[in-house]
Ligand binder design. Structure first.
Ligand SMILES: *[C@@H]1O[C@H](CO)[C@@H](O)[C@H](O)[C@H]1NC(C)=O
Ligand SMILES: *[C@@H]1O[C@H](CO)[C@@H](O)[C@H](O)[C@H]1NC(C)=O
Length: 378
């Protein structure tokens, strides 16, 4: 192997390892440094530009690796470009995406995606190294023999590795292009779908279809009573079913406005927000609160469903109240529009359609929670 190629392969692999280390410790190291807005705007631009650049280099590298003749100088050139500028830019961009300026969740997402990209790229570089070593061996065995093509499986492996780097680069570019608010919006839509699935399941649940034995066991039903008390049991079951049906109905009535919070916030507070939420610390904090609350609702709805199936009204009520708290906090956080990017200090943004919607929403929640409170204390 040419000395240059040996060196750059070793350097690249060492650099990749070093970068992985830098990205895995950055979560604790990065703080709210005073960076200019321009640097902010550029972090995502740099991120998408450098991931696109890496993708282009990877295309070249994989073609050079699988086609004969294997040209050491060309492969060296591509690796050098990655080492000297493409990879350092990618990692720098990722490190500029701090949790304080871009939210914790977005920061973690970017680090994760860039680390994945580096991992996939490392695999490709290792394969290129393997190919270079193999060509060396073949040449040593028979220096006069014409260079042979790689086997199909070797070519496939290199192409596959390149494809995986491409996918990773595309994901980074997409996340960088959509930005923080785009990312938050996607998460909120995922949580909305989870809530909807859980509510659909509750809707489809028929208490009467449940295994009676299961409930009898839970209610301490006694097997010996089964024969002589058949009629009483039926009556008891009817009552129990009616109670469960009522419980199901009031639960769904309660969850309906909760579900509406998701699309309302997406439409009114995320879709057209642009970078406004990021223009202030306050805006970033609001995004954090919004995500925290909207994310925690789906699992609580699952708990409500579980409590319903168990016939445990007090447990169901407990989780419904928690859901109400989270949903209310989310709505409250974004009741007013985002602060205008260059709004005067202390100036409150004007109320809008969503602000009015939120007032009605709070009234509705008060209404539907009355029946929950009544039922759980009954
Ligand atoms: C790799 O890049 C670093 C800077 O990122 C540079 O110092 C080093 O000389 C480069 N190595 C090679 C072999 O080009
Ligand atoms: C209902 O759920 C609560 C937990 O929230 C539990 O402590 C209680 O024992 C359950 N009641 C019944 C009847 O299963």
């Amino acid at each position: 192997m040419s000395k240059q190629l040996t060196t750059i392969l070793a350097t690249s692999l060492a650099l990749l390892e070093q970068f992985q280390g830098a990205l895995s410790t950055s979560a604790s190291a990065s703080t709210a440094e005073d960076r200019s807005k321009d640097a902010n705007a550029n972090a995502l631009g740099l991120l998408s530009a450098s991931s696109a650049a890496l993708k282009a280099q990877v295309t070249k590298l994989s073609l050079l690796a699988i086609n004969s003749p294997f040209t050491h100088s060309a492969v060296t050139g591509v690796l050098r470009a990655c080492n000297d500028s493409v990879l350092p830019s990618l990692v720098t961009a990722a490190l500029l995406v701090t949790p304080a300026e871009y939210t914790k969740a977005f920061h973690s997402e970017v680090l994760l995606l860039v680390r994945t990209t580096l991992t996939e790229f490392t695999t490709l570089v290792q394969q290129v190294k393997g190919i270079a070593e193999e060509k060396d061996r073949a040449e040593k065995d028979d220096p006069k023999k014409k260079e042979e093509d790689l086997s199909k499986s070797e070519k496939d492996a290199a192409t596959l590795a390149a494809g995986r780097v491409w996918d990773a680069c595309d994901t980074v570019t997409e996340v960088a292009t959509k930005g923080v608010v785009g990312f938050v919006m996607r998460r909120v839509e995922e949580w909305r779908d989870l809530v909807k699935d859980a509510v659909d399941e509750i809707e489809g649940w028929d208490p009467e279809e449940d295994d009676d034995g299961f409930f009898d066991d839970l209610m301490g039903g006694d097997k010996e009573d089964e024969d002589d008390g058949a009629d009483d049991d039926d009556e008891g079951d009817d009552e129990e079913n009616a109670a469960l049906q009522a419980e199901k109905k009031s639960t769904l009535r309660f969850l309906k406005p909760v579900m509406q919070v998701y699309p309302a916030i997406v439409t009114n507070r995320l879709k057209k927000a642009g970078d406004a939420p990021l223009s202030s610390t306050n805006g970033v904090a609001k995004l954090e609160t919004l995500m925290l609350n909207l994310q925690s609702i789906p699992e609580k709805v699952d708990e409500v469903a579980g409590a319903l199936y168990e016939g445990n009204a007090s447990k169901s009520a407990k989780y419904l109240k928690k859901i109400q708290k989270c949903a209310s906090q989310a709505v409250e956080t974004v009741t007013l529009p985002w602060d205008p990017a260059n709004g005067a200090e202390g100036e409150r943004p004007a109320e809008d359609k969503f602000t009015i919607w939120s007032r009605t929403w709070f009234k509705v929640m008060d209404e539907v929670s009355k029946s929950i409170d009544a039922e759980s204390s009954a």
